[in-house]
Design a protein around this ligand. Structure first.
Ligand code: ADP
Ligand code: ZN
Length: 628
């Protein structure tokens, strides 16, 4: 089976996301790979698809039981034979899993690193070594990252002992170079193909609110949740005490809020988590103990009641919002006290350090403090928030994203049509002379500068020479940035970046399109209307969504989920359901066309969904007749 076929058949999608394709191709070609992608980018498919296409079975090493269970449930729903081994299972359950594995009845087997050392597991691998070993959350192996787990260090030994070495695929959302190098070295990846995907999640809005302390935060939080009825969200707090207080407060205000922290007994925790996954609770108030492995895709907001200890944790936790690609919000409620709380937690709660020698412990500690400083800068900056963390994760970012609290507070929509025409014509004239140059020189030409670089090339004879005289160089360069950002010019990047025309440049000069873009306040003068919040992009559906039908489909999904014993989003995501409501398919084939509907789900649920649509349409026709 080709990767493309597997994607459609099991998961119901037509296209791979950027980087999924490359990682899968390399894995199938027998290379080791390292995939660095933000939460929600779709790492799981990068090993699930190869697992389906390769002979034999795939071992998935994963740090948390909840994570494995959720993934296995989702795979089973998609018709993929998968199972997990964990310490929460009875011996009989484990025996059953082993029996399936021995019989070759599994394509994927998930296990925590500790599980791999058991005699049963070793015997299995000796006889039937996996074809692929995938390591999820691979940063757990590094001391430089957050969540260092020494048990990951034993992984390479185990792999070394297998009679044939499986290809290795490691995945993480932590992008710093030190962590990446550690993963490659410590896991023993052999000449891995490393793919780092863009860290931006355009559908997420980011915001920070400066507050005076807990009282103001509680008031803001109550208002925030009240304004989002029917939405699902997580509220992260730094301490158990805060979790208890905030959840009690929200319950008293009438919200369906749950709570989750490591101080609760495991039955309570499981119950709370389930209620949230099944949408019986709309808000979960939790410490960072909650969430790793929560793949609930319909989370619309993540509020941090306290500042976390580092941007890695923040981005991972906030990134649990909007996994289904719908627009979602990530809000951080900051007060100066948060810094002290975070410092206190840093010095008291690093269990992992217990096992470390003093020198290593000091280094781990120093790194953590460094990260906390960056987190604090994020919480207090006036610059674009998205730009801040993208640069922190080693990416380039435009000066303004237009979809974070700082950009929206300090951004206005501006018509820059005239300036755009001048800039693009200049690049066009340069190209006629066979030249492409950087933004500084373009700016010099437009401003009519008489310096050596301009004069020696005879650029003062260009028709666009001096047409933006009197405008500061900084401002002209900013116009160029805006045009690159809006897609009308291309910046080649690299060590000697130059600005070139692209397929859309014509819209500016030939078609004379009106160009309106979000502009940071104060950079350009004069001041028209404020930007309206752009709030991510709701993924395109193929037509208007019929709300009545969508309601019916949601109710049906809830019923089917209950019957199958899985959360609603595992049956179909909101995005898939909306698309079904928009297309109102009448046949199996049409339903199968909808992204997110694979063969297993068609067989399992297709009939009932088609019936629901048919009934709804018949009723509507009946109602229309009555009115005639
Ligand atoms: P990660 O592990 O990187 O946080 P997941 O593997 O949980 O992300 O994927 C996030 C969501 O994106 C899931 O709901 C998944 O079904 C969806 N997804 C992944 N790949 C694709 C794709 N190629 N097309 C559409 N949706 C996808
Ligand atoms: Zn921004």
């Amino acid at each position: 089976m080709s990767p493309q076929e597997a994607l459609k058949k099991y998961f119901g999608y037509d296209t791979f996301r950027p980087h999924q394709g490359g990682l899968i191709e390399q894995t199938l070609a027998g290379r080791d790979v390292l995939g660095v992608m933000p939460t929600g980018a779709g790492k799981s498919l990068c090993y699930q698809i190869p697992a389906l296409c390769l002979p034999g079975w795939t071992l998935v090493v994963s740090p948390l039981i909840a994570l494995m269970q959720d993934q296995v449930a989702a795979l089973e729903q998609s018709g993929v034979p998968a199972a997990c081994l964990n310490s929460a299972q009875t011996e009989a359950e484990q025996r059953q899993v082993f029996a399936k594995a021995w019989n070759g009845a599994l394509k994927l087997l998930y296990a925590a690193p500790e599980r791999l050392e058991t005699p049963g597991f070793r015997a299995l691998c000796k006889e039937h070594p996996p074809t692929l070993a995938a390591v999820d959350e691979a940063h757990c192996i590094s001391q430089w990252g957050q969540d260092f787990r020494p048990s990951y260090l034993r992984l390479p030994e185990l792999i070394e002992e297998l009679p044939t070495r499986p290809r290795l695929a490691a995945f993480t959302a932590t992008a710093t170079a030190a962590v990446r190098e550690d993963i490659v070295r410590l896991l023993g990846l052999r000449e891995p193909s490393v793919l780092v995907s863009g860290f931006d999640r355009p559908n997420l809005w980011f915001g920070v609110r400066q507050t005076s302390g807990p009282t103001e935060k509680k008031r803001l939080l109550g208002d925030f949740i009240a304004e989002r009825p029917g939405k699902s969200g997580i509220v992260y707090c730094a301490t158990r005490k805060a979790v208890d207080e905030v959840s009690a407060l929200l319950c008293a205000q009438g919200f369906a809020a749950g709570r989750y922290h490591a101080g609760m007994d495991s039955a309570d925790r499981r119950q709370m988590q389930e209620a949230f996954l099944y949408d019986r609770l709309s808000v979960m108030v939790a410490t960072n103990a909650f969430g790793m492995g929560i793949d609930k895709s319909n989370i619309s907001y993540v509020v941090h009641f306290n500042m976390p200890q580092d941007l890695e944790s923040y981005y991972q936790e906030a990134g649990r919002a909007g996994r289904d690609g719908e627009s979602a919000e990530c809000l951080l409620l900051y007060s100066a006290q948060d810094v002290r709380t975070a410092q206190f937690l840093l010095s008291h709660s690093r269990e992992a350090e217990q096992e470390l020698d003093p020198e290593t412990a000091a280094r781990v500690r120093g790194q953590a403090e460094q990260r906390l400083r960056q987190m604090t800068f994020y919480s207090t900056t006036n610059d674009c928030l998205r730009g801040f963390f993208l640069r922190y994760f080693g990416e380039k970012a435009p000066p303004s994203c237009g979809n974070c609290s700082n950009c929206l507070a300090h951004t206005e929509m501006r018509d820059i049509t005239i300036e755009a025409q001048k800039v693009v014509s200049c690049v066009y004239r340069l190209r006629q002379r066979g030249r492409t140059v950087g933004r500084a020189l373009i700016s010099d030409i437009l401003r009519g500068a008489k310096n050596e670089r301009v004069l020696s090339s005879g650029f003062d004879t260009l028709s666009t020479y001096g047409i933006m005289q009197g405008i500061p160089g900084r401002t002209v360069a900013y116009y160029i940035d805006l045009l690159v950002q809006a897609g009308y010019l291309t910046d080649t990047g690299g060590d000697y970046p130059v600005i070139c025309l692209n397929g859309r440049s014509d819209e500016v000069i030939r078609q004379r399109k009106t160009i309106v873009v979000p502009v940071r306040e104060g950079v350009l003068r004069e001041k028209p209307e404020r930007a309206r919040p752009r709030r991510g992009g709701i993924p395109a559906v193929s037509g208007p969504v019929d709300d009545g039908l969508y309601g019916r489909l949601t109710a049906l999904r809830a019923k089917l989920a209950e019957r199958a014993g899985v959360p609603a989003y595992i049956v179909f995501s909101n995005a898939t359901l909306r698309e079904i409501a928009a297309r109102a398919p009448r046949t199996d084939a049409a339903l199968l066309e909808v992204p997110g509907v694979g063969e297993a789900k068609l067989n399992r649920y297709g009939r009932e969904f088609l019936r629901c649509i048919a009934d709804y349409e018949a009723e509507r026709r009946g109602a229309a007749k009555d009115e005639d």
